[in-house]
Design a protein around this ligand. Structure first.
Ligand code: CUA
Length: 156
């Protein structure tokens, strides 16, 4: 054992126990509450996005009363679809992929943020409880037109 003063040993133990405690919390949330990063799971051939259903027809699909799935394709420098309209209270599951480079699918005024990697389908859910125009931006630098890459979700 290292020849450290008692107080220092105590603090080292406290730090170690705290780290172990947080690690256990993160691990149990990941396993028991099934919390995963948004890009978990589905893959897609990034060179064939425009021929691969449902991304050959990006857009909004109703799956139930106030329940939707929205399929988005990111490419330099736009999101497809450019605009969707949904009623207040709609629960939307977004499926987003890229046909070229890494983009960031982000709705800053809602709790929606997913990195979009070519070859992967990112999945993120949100329920829109307030009416308004929710802009979708790109938050991963993807080239000269990055700052012009946006779309809209209209909730009314
Ligand atoms: Cu797409 Cu930045």
């Amino acid at each position: 054992m290292l020849n450290l003063p008692r107080l220092e040993r105590t603090w080292l133990w406290l730090g170690g126990i705290t780290m172990a405690f947080f690690f256990i919390i993160v691990l149990s949330l990941a396993v028991m509450a099934d919390i995963e990063p948004p890009s978990y799971g589905q893959t897609i051939d990034p060179t064939k996005v425009s021929q691969t259903p449902p991304f050959d027809h990006p857009g909004l699909h109703q799956t139930g009363p106030k329940a939707y799935e929205a399929y988005y394709v990111g490419q330099v420098f736009s999101w497809n679809p450019a605009s969707i309209t949904i009623p207040v209270g709609s629960a939307v599951t977004f499926y987003v992929t890229s046909s070229d480079v890494v983009h960031g699918f982000s709705v800053p005024t809602a709790d929606v943020n997913a990195e979009v990697m070519p070859g992967w389908v990112s999945r993120v859910e949100h329920t829109f409880l307030k009416p308004g125009d929710y802009p979708i931006i790109c938050n991963q630098y993807c080239g000269i037109g990055h700052s012009a890459m946006f779309a809209h979700i209209i909730v009314r």
